[in-house]
Write a protein that binds this ligand. Structure first.
Ligand code: PLP
Length: 358
């Protein structure tokens, strides 16, 4: 097998030939001077799509979220965030390390929701004993699930009643929007999701298939602060239009096709439905988790790897579809998994696998 069927993450995509062409022909300038026409076009497009005043091209989703947190909060402020949220758990504690912002993590249900009563109880009174609670951060999609609009509205309403700002880590915002578009225009669905938020961060380097980059969108005032922090954090890039061109191309050509990735996840889920020893968790976008009984997850991962299929996880294996995967690849993965699970239990299960989150 030459090319593995790589279901580890939607970050593994290669730029398509047409995307590379768009990158090569993009007009460029020094973006630290604000001179890059392609970066400027991307930022205008993202502001327009999200209905925010301004947008800022970012090297990564991590830096985008961090700049947002640092723009919303100052030293000694606090943000409320899910215990398992990417910003809190998987970004090296950047808000605390580099922003002097205290996180207040709260338990989440399987939909990624923090109970409204927990949020309300966590908001500190204005008193010199406490950090100043300034911001609520949510994440959508959550483990591949679009959050319900009702929850987004209720949580952001609650935050506003207490004078908090609200940030959305929408790394896979377009997956959520496509899943919830219900036949209507995807961009209207994007607007609906981000409307209640002051700021939103979106990744181009995931399902959209660009090699690099994210965007932070929000008010002029917020984006001006974020731009300063981006420079401080070393994210002021020069002729970054060569990267922004890939993101612009992706916005034009790779949004509607996310539905194909979602369909491939359904194909995988259906192929594994009813296989003894497997429990497929519900899937709505391009990520599906499959629980493997009897501690066979790591051995299954090893076996898949030997057959040219890559995934991540331990007990709950994670499969992610993207533009580098097709139906034949999914069918091959399904056949490999079915064959493995049909074998009698191995005497010595493999010792380890990878539990990475990407
Ligand atoms: C991937 C991801 C990020 C960070 O993006 P990077 O570009 O990898 O830094 C942030 N939040 C969520 C939910 C993500 O999935």
């Amino acid at each position: 097998m030459n090319q593995p069927i790589d279901l580890r993450s939607d970050t593994v995509t290669q730029p398509t030939a047409a995307m590379r062409e768009a990158m090569l022909s993009a007009p460029l300038g020094d973006d630290v001077f604000g001179d890059d026409p392609t970066v400027n076009a991307l930022q205008e497009r993202m502001a327009q799509i999200t209905g925010k005043e301004a947008a800022l091209f970012m090297p990564s989703g991590t830096q985008s979220n961090l700049c947002a947190l640092m723009a919303h909060c100052e030293r000694g402020d606090e943000y409320i965030v899910g215990q398992n949220a990417h910003t809190y758990r998987y970004e090296g504690g950047g808000a605390a390390v580099l922003g002097s912002i205290q996180p207040q993590p709260l338990a989440q249900n399987t939909a990624g929701e923090m109970a409204l009563s927990d949020i309300a109880a966590a908001i500190k009174p204005m008193d010199c004993h406490f950090a100043r609670t300034r911001l609520l951060a949510l994440e959508n999609t959550w483990n591949g699930h679009p959050m319900s609009q009702a929850y987004l509205q209720a949580a952001t309403d609650l935050a506003r009643q207490h004078g908090l700002a609200v940030h959305l880590d929408g790394a896979r915002l377009f997956n959520a929007a496509v899943a919830q578009a219900e036949g209507g225009p995807v961009m209207a669905s994007v607007r609906r999701i981000v409307d209640p938020f002051d700021s939103v961060s979106v990744c181009f380097s995931k399902g959209l298939g660009a090699p690099v980059g994210s965007a932070l969108c929000g008010s002029h005032e917020l984006i001006a602060k974020a731009l300063r922090w981006r420079k401080v954090l070393g994210g002021g890039l020069r002729q970054s239009g060569i990267l922004a061109a890939a993101a612009l191309y992706a916005l034009e050509h790779h949004v509607a096709r996310l539905a194909d990735d979602h369909a491939l996840v359904q194909r995988l889920a259906q192929g594994l439905q009813g296989v003894p020893g497997l429990s497929v968790r519900s899937a709505q976008t391009n990520i599906v988790f499959v629980d493997v009984a009897d501690g066979r997850g790591p051995a299954l991962l090893e076996d898949l790897k030997a057959h040219g299929v890559l995934a991540t996880g331990l007990i709950g294996l994670r499969f992610v579809t993207h533009l580098g995967v097709d139906a034949a690849g999914i069918d091959h993965a399904v056949a490999c998994i079915q064959r493995f699970m049909a074998q009698p239990l191995a005497k010595t299960p493999a010792a380890h696998g990878s539990a990475g989150v990407y």
